[in-house]
Design a protein around this ligand. Sequence first.
Ligand SMILES: NC(=O)c1ccc[n+]([C@@H]2O[C@H](COP(=O)([O-])OP(=O)(O)OC[C@H]3O[C@@H](n4cnc5c(N)ncnc54)[C@H](OP(=O)(O)O)[C@@H]3O)[C@@H](O)[C@H]2O)c1
Length: 330
Amino acid sequence: MDTEYVQRVGALVLGVVTLCVTFTRAYIRKHTRCEDNSRLDGKTVLITGASSGIGRAVAVECVSRGARVVLACRDVTKTMFVMATIRRAVPGADIHFLLLDLASLDSVRACADAFIGRFGQLNVLVNNAAYLGPKRTTSDGFDYTFQVNFLGYFLLTSLLCRALAPKPSRPLRVVNMASHSYADGRLEDLEDLSEDSPRGTSRPYQQYRTYAASKLAVVMYTAQLALRQGPSVIAVAVHPGAVHTSLLRHYSGAVGRALRVAAAILFRTPEAGAQSVVHCVVVSDHVLRPWTGAYFTDCCPQPVAPPARDRAAAERLWLRCSALCRLPDK
Ligand SMILES: NC(=O)c1ccc[n+]([C@@H]2O[C@H](COP(=O)([O-])OP(=O)(O)OC[C@H]3O[C@@H](n4cnc5c(N)ncnc54)[C@H](OP(=O)(O)O)[C@@H]3O)[C@@H](O)[C@H]2O)c1
């Protein structure tokens, strides 16, 4: 084959690939910025998993707007480093650390107790931490993804709500990190995962499928929380878009490797990914209240896919989780 022809084909292929990457990147990175410049002076915001990624970006934004921000994280050294960086960037930052390992329900209880003892007031809880990776089991005997991404949120929120007794006049705002992957989650997987014995061996474990099921649980739980707590709580679930963070670091196999490369090239920055969360943290109660229980993306409420609308399944999930966490039902 003549070399000139090969070179032309090569250049054409390269051109097409570059064009596709550029358009895909622009599409994924296009996002809505939070236009609300409200300050958060006098408010206390608790963020789980704020030692990196979106949680860290949300913490920076909240501290900059004058909030007292509490980072509930499991890695002390990493979080101390993040706090020092934030303090350098925002002089006078009111920022604190609490130890929280969502893979231990005792740690969740200790974190809730420590928060109540030290701060006594909470305006916004951002349930942000998550795990996406191979099968692991927590010290409580549950699937790791299920517990870190959902059961831990459930217990922490329940304990704080019970202790702080929010009222319609000063509601607790709960922002739960969901993901668009919830739409791929299956209710059967959820029921499997909420069993206290290790997951049945009949189906092979799939990292993404388990993650999606945990996020479906988050979306369903958010709607139930809004329904059960009424005007005392304003609860929303948020999808941040596809964001380049350390979330994929545990994702094993070829899919994991491919996704990490794609994320580095195509995905949004954590600051861009934080925009919808910041929007849901800062907008007034008056604006957000009509959307309690909803799922937000790009700073707007969106309708949810059919499995997430199954009220009976959401009710069963709530009762099951209350039992798993040994909480008396309310
Ligand atoms: N990135 C995306 O494209 C994307 C898309 C949709 C939804 N989300 C959601 O956005 C949220 C933030 O994720 P991210 O992308 O910012 O990822 P990230 O940078 O990996 O942040 C996850 C955080 O969760 C913490 N965490 C993990 N296991 C924990 C445990 N057992 N106890 C306490 N904290 C734990 C991590 O702490 P360590 O640093 O100690 O591990 C880290 O601070 C997650 O809920 C994720 O599902 C992300």
